[in-house]
Design a protein. Structure first.
Length: 135
């Protein structure tokens, strides 16, 4: 089993956490404890999601996990191509430096952002050498 953590863009951290921290600070200053507790819980959950977004290669399976959520599972033998992309569509990827993983029919694809893209692709090719790689 091989685990690849998601690359995390700094700008994304700022977009997510700066507003939450501003609200948390305001709640602390105004002694709004219910709001403070609510935002603190959201921040803890977001930190957990950011640190636990990963892509797991296990035998012939690619599993995408975001925190406690198992996003999707794809058979590596079904993967037809992998290419680099900056597609900003919502995906289980914490960076815009992404890989588009195509599988099944021509409309099935995943957008992911493993920190070590080259090792990730090499690992996929060990299992399925017929994957077309366009990087």
């Amino acid at each position: 089993m091989q685990v690849y953590k998601s690359k995390i863009d700094t700008w994304l951290l700022a977009v997510v956490f700066v507003p939450l921290l501003a609200i948390l600070f305001q709640a602390l200053v105004t002694f709004t404890w219910a709001l403070f507790a609510f935002i603190a819980v959201i921040i803890v959950l977001m930190i957990y999601m950011f640190t636990k977004t990963m892509y797991v290669i296990n035998n012939d399976s690619l599993q995408i996990k975001m925190g406690i959520i198992e996003y999707q599972q794809v058979k590596i033998s079904d993967i037809t191509s992998v290419k680099r992309t900056n597609n900003p569509v919502s995906a289980p990827a914490l960076s815009l430096k992404r890989l588009e993983v195509r599988y099944g029919n021509r409309f099935d694809y995943l957008l992911i952002s493993p920190k070590d893209r080259d090792a990730f692709i090499a690992n996929l090719l060990e299992i399925n050498p017929f994957i077309k790689v366009d990087v």
